[in-house]
Design a protein around this ligand. Structure first.
Ligand SMILES: Cc1cc2nc3c(=O)[nH]c(=O)nc-3n(C[C@H](O)[C@H](O)[C@H](O)COP(=O)(O)OP(=O)(O)OC[C@H]3O[C@@H](n4cnc5c(N)ncnc54)[C@H](O)[C@@H]3O)c2cc1C
Length: 271
């Protein structure tokens, strides 16, 4: 069986519809959606590209809403990355294979209680939250939806307009939750960030998520504490950040969600 035929057993051949380039390294791309394809917001798909005649598969969080007839993903082009170098060259109409099953346990339905839903992301770890925030249920389930996006440079603070649209849609539908977006940069400091073209430069936090969590800056920013009773958290992106956040949360009496139930946080490492 050749590689392409093997791919179609577990995947369907879709095609690239569009690419939006946020920076030279960050892009949002859309593909056709396989007939009957199902996923839960927060899950990821395995995508396949043909590279030098061989199929290469990588996991990508789905950023589109459950109800859309296209699939959207948010990606970084990794220097010399096998998959992402090929992704960078794709043109609309080119084939992209999408595995028939979607995966992952980072779905908000695993939280059965809690008032404040914290979504912590580094870089493209933002992806799953874009889909989750388009799910009506989370706006009904929680009092506060708190998205924390930490990147190196301010031009990597993407999807800001989407958050405004989501807020406006929720207000128009009288949905109870408030969306708070906390942006953080680790390399551009306050002095460099006089460029108001980038969102809320004056309002941004500078430094790492782990530091802001440890010293309380994150909670002080909104006046909302992180407690086992009220907080439910997802953490996505850089594995070192995730390991450290898990420890910090455990020290504060929060635990990982288990299949059997209970727990306050869910994490997903991207590498
Ligand atoms: C469950 C899951 C979901 C994922 N979802 C996404 C997603 O939505 N968007 C996305 O861009 N990537 C995502 N990834 C990472 C993605 O699958 C690939 O690892 C990435 O595209 C690099 O593939 P590559 O062949 O180009 O590079 P490789 O040669 O495989 O290089 C891998 C190396 O690149 C770096 N790297 C990989 N991914 C990232 C990243 N996202 N940000 C910064 N550095 C990275 C790491 O140093 C890693 O060791 C996800 C990974 C997992 C496990």
């Amino acid at each position: 069986m050749n590689e392409q035929a093997a791919a179609t057993d577990k995947a369907t051949q879709e095609s690239l519809i569009s690419v939006h380039r946020w920076t030279d390294k960050l892009l949002t791309f859309r593909t056709t959606r396989p007939a009957g394809y199902r996923f839960t917001p927060g899950q990821f798909a395995r995508l396949g590209l043909q590279v030098n005649g061989e199929m290469v598969w990588r996991a990508y969080s789905i950023t589109s809403a459950e109800t859309e007839d296209q699939l959207e993903y948010y990606a970084i082009i990794v220097p010399d990355g096998l998959f992402t170098s090929a992704l960078d060259r794709l043109q609309p109409g080119d084939p992209v294979w999408v595995e028939k099953l979607s995966y992952g346990f980072m779905t908000p339905d695993r939280f059965t209680d809690g008032e404040d839903f914290w979504m912590l992301a580094t870089g493209t770890g933002l992806g799953p939250y874009i889909s989750i925030l388009q799910q009506r249920e989370v706006w009904q389930q929680f009092r506060n939806l708190i998205l924390v996006h930490c990147v190196r440079h301010e031009n990597e603070l993407t999807y800001q307009e989407k958050f405004e649209t989501l807020r406006a849609d929720a207000a128009a539908q009288d949905l109870p939750a408030q969306l708070h977006v906390i942006t953080m940069t680790t390399r551009d400091n306050a002095v460099d960030s006089a460029d108001l073209a980038y969102p809320a430069a004056a309002d941004r936090l500078y430094g790492r998520i782990t530091t802001a969590l440890r010293d309380g800056t994150l909670e002080k920013k909104l006046g909302i504490g992180i407690t086992a009773a009220s907080s439910r958290l997802m953490v996505c992106g850089n594995p070192e950040m995730i390991t450290e956040v898990r420890e910090l949360l455990k020290e504060r009496g929060l635990g990982p969600c288990r299949r059997a139930g209970g727990g306050q946080f869910i994490t997903e490492d991207y590498w």
